[in-house]
Design a protein around this ligand. Structure first.
Ligand code: PHE
Length: 335
């Protein structure tokens, strides 16, 4: 019996399991009750005390070894998706999970495309800003309430930009007119978080500086964007407003309607959703950036990306955009 055990052990050591079939054969031969090892174990049980002692140890070792080889081969099999050392071209392909762009990115790209088609270039600026670019050069008076601790996040000597208008300043400082730019990015405000507002959100800034730019150009540009983005016939309205860096200033609402629960919530029941602030660039701002305000004029606008994303996709809580819930994000695959 000792000899049989030894020869089986040699066979075991020489084996290379490569396919599922070989793995199954191995199991039947070595591990099943009716296999070679099983039969040896049966015979072992019949032996008397003395013989049991001599055969017991090598037999146990063989059994443990066979089980070890089986487990290791099976695990390697599972990990490699079916093969141990060879690539089996007949195995079915494992589907890989495809990622999806975030809805805000989908909308940002679409907006950039629309403005690009009108001749606007794309520019970016830093999220950590200095007072000059976020406020001062934009004609904010020293005591303007927006500088207050309530709205602005301060870091040592800097602010987290509260709007993308800071990028306007950077671009006007470094370029010479004419210029036509859109500037997308994240902005931060120290506001109470709710379904409608978050402490950070996204804007796309627009800027057009040239000789003879008028408010009519501004309105037509924005009107074009709305028709392109939301579809022909989408209603808009302009309301007079105030920003230190534009004069005259306006806000633009678009008609979202009140037919869905989301839209009623988003528009506080009015059907109108405020999506942007805009106006003619204040001469002081041009001067602050070294642009001749007698020769050049321009318009600017700042559009809230999160708002229109919510409207476009029927999302009623802004916080849903930042949960990173794959079940939600997956829906934008292919957008
Ligand atoms: N920066 C303004 C805001 O964040 C929007 C704006 C941009 C208004 C450009 C006018 C011109 O609300």
């Amino acid at each position: 019996m000792i000899e049989e055990i030894e020869s089986l052990n040699r066979e075991l050591q020489a084996l290379h399991i490569q396919t599922a079939e070989e793995l199954e054969n191995f199991r039947l031969r070595f591990l099943s009750k009716k296999g070679q090892l099983g039969l040896l174990l049966d015979r072992f049980r019949e032996l008397d005390g003395e013989a049991k002692r001599t055969v017991g140890k090598p037999l146990n070792t063989l059994k443990a070894e066979a089980e070890k080889i089986f487990r290791a081969s099976r695990d390697a099999f599972e990990q490699s998706g079916g093969t141990v050392t060879q690539f089996d071209t007949t195995l079915p392909v494992r589907a890989t999970e495809l990622g999806a762009p975030h809805p805000l990115k989908v909308v940002e790209d679409r907006l950039c495309d629309i403005f690009y088609s009108l001749g606007f270039d794309i520019a970016h600026g830093p999220e950590i800003e200095d007072d000059r670019h976020n406020f001062n050069a934009l004609n904010f008076a020293e005591d303007h309430p927006a500088r207050d601790m309530q709205d602005t996040f301060f870091t040592s000597g800097h602010v987290l930009r509260t709007h993308t208008s800071s990028v306007q300043i950077r671009e006007m400082e470094s370029r010479t007119p004419p210029m036509r730019l859109v500037m997308p990015g994240r902005v931060y405000r120290n506001e109470a978080v709710s379904a409608r507002s978050n402490c950070f959100f996204h804007q796309i800034e627009g800027l057009y500086i040239d000789e003879g730019v008028t408010f009519a150009d501004l309105k037509q540009t924005l009107y074009y964007f709305v028709q392109q983005f939301f579809g022909e016939g989408t209603k808009v309205r302009f309301r007079a407003s105030y920003f230190p860096f534009t004069e005259p200033s306006a806000e633009m609402d678009i008609w979202a309607g009140t037919d869905t629960e989301e839209n009623r919530r988003l528009t506080k029941g009015t059907g109108w959703l405020e999506v942007l602030g805009c106006g003619m660039v204040h001469p002081n701002v041009l001067k602050n950036c070294g642009i001749d305000s007698e020769k050049f004029s321009g318009f600017a606008f700042g559009l809230g990306i999160d708002r229109i994303t919510m409207l476009k996709y029927g999302i009623s809580d802004i916080r849903d955009l930042f949960l990173n819930d794959v079940r939600m994000l997956k829906q934008f695959r292919g957008s």
